[in-house]
Write a protein that binds this ligand. Structure first.
Ligand code: NDP
Length: 297
């Protein structure tokens, strides 16, 4: 029997734990605050931001939203970040990516105070993660670790393959899997678009994490019997639905399910964890900045 992983229930449990932390912080007059900044006309980006705001509200986290005209000069975004860095009510800052082409992404990431960098993308936080001393683990790969933990899927000694080497998913995922730590100790191979014979690599893996952004590129033939398959992909494809599209993953769920021991669906797999871990990092940020101790889930 293949286990279909329920990301919503794992996320709900983490959010319940974060909610307790928020109560502790609020009782000490340190209600966590998350600022979101959107500089885009993209509908999907706006949806992601509003989902994050809604979850903040549900958990008692203050949310502050700022929109910047995508045509505005980059300096407008930079000065908004400076303002938020200086605002004591804001513990976490999230600039929704992608930003317009005329805005240098690296400058954005460098500009955010590393203590408020709840995405974990500032070079200081990336360095700490690689060095095994993470402050804020990037939300999506951290969420994958939480899923594996919730389902008692052992990473220690496992052969793991990560498909994708982006700064936001693939690289930090691989870095977490190789750490000498809980949720790590895996022998990890990172694959990308130049990898030779991807199928040979994924087929031999105990754990396959796919974050390629290519709809259904990994199918059952590429999965070894009993492997754990984590599908990070979220692809909008045209469909005859009310919205005119549907969301599908980077894994061909139906065929992969025939081989996998456990598999995440899309939607309802990794996605909910990304938001839960953002809330986690925001509570952690408020704790680190205020000195109020909390017991994170
Ligand atoms: P990127 O486009 O930044 O990176 C994709 C990576 O996949 C690249 O490293 C690329 O290789 C590699 N790749 C692309 N095609 C192939 C291929 N045919 N074979 C092997 N490797 C390939 O994507 P992201 O990491 O930002 O996102 C990946 C997916 O995850 C997307 O669908 C995105 O929507 C989703 N996502 C989901 C989140 C969630 O909350 N569940 C959060 C973030 C992302 P190369 O480097 O050589 O180009």
């Amino acid at each position: 029997m293949t286990t279909i992983i329920d990301g919503n229930s794992v996320a709900e449990e983490i959010q319940a734990g974060v909610e307790d932390c928020v109560e502790t912080l609020s009782a000490a007059d340190e209600t966590p605050g998350l600022a979101t900044v959107l500089m885009s006309d993209d509908g999907a980006s706006a949806t992601y931001v509003s989902m994050k705001q809604r979850t903040c509200e549900e958990l008692g986290i203050n949310s502050f939203h700022h929109e910047i005209d995508p045509e505005a000069p980059a300096e407008e975004l930079f000065s908004k970040i400076d303002e938020l860095n200086d605002d004591p009510d804001v513990h976490g800052i999230l600039v929704q990516m992608p930003v317009p082409d005329h805005v240098d992404k690296r400058t954005v990431l460098n500009r955010i105070d590393p203590m408020k960098d709840v995405d974990g993308f500032h070079p200081e936080n990336v360095g700490r993660l690689v060095a095994g001393n993470a402050r804020y683990k990037p939300c999506t790969p951290h969420g994958v670790q939480k899923i594996l933990d919730a389902y008692d899927i052992e990473t220690e000694g496992a052969d793991a393959v990560v498909v994708g080497r982006s700064d936001i998913v693939g690289k930090p995922m691989a870095n977490l899997l190789i750490q000498r730590d809980d949720g790590g100790n895996a022998t990890t191979t990172v694959c990308h678009s130049r990898t030779k014979d991807l199928a040979a690599k994924t087929r031999n893996a105990d754990l396959v994490v796919v974050a390629a952004g290519v709809p259904e590129m990994v199918d059952g033939d590429m999965i070894g019997e009993g492997a754990t398959v984590i599908d990070v992909g979220i692809n909008r494809v045209d469909a005859d639905t009310e919205k005119g599209y549907e969301l599908i993953g980077d894994v061909d769920f139906e065929s992969a399910k025939q081989k996998a021991g456990a598999i995440t669906p899309v939607p309802g797999g990794v996605g909910p964890l990304t938001i839960a871990m953002l809330m986690y990092n925001t509570a952690k940020a408020a704790s680190l900045q205020s000195g109020v101790e909390i017991d994170l889930p």
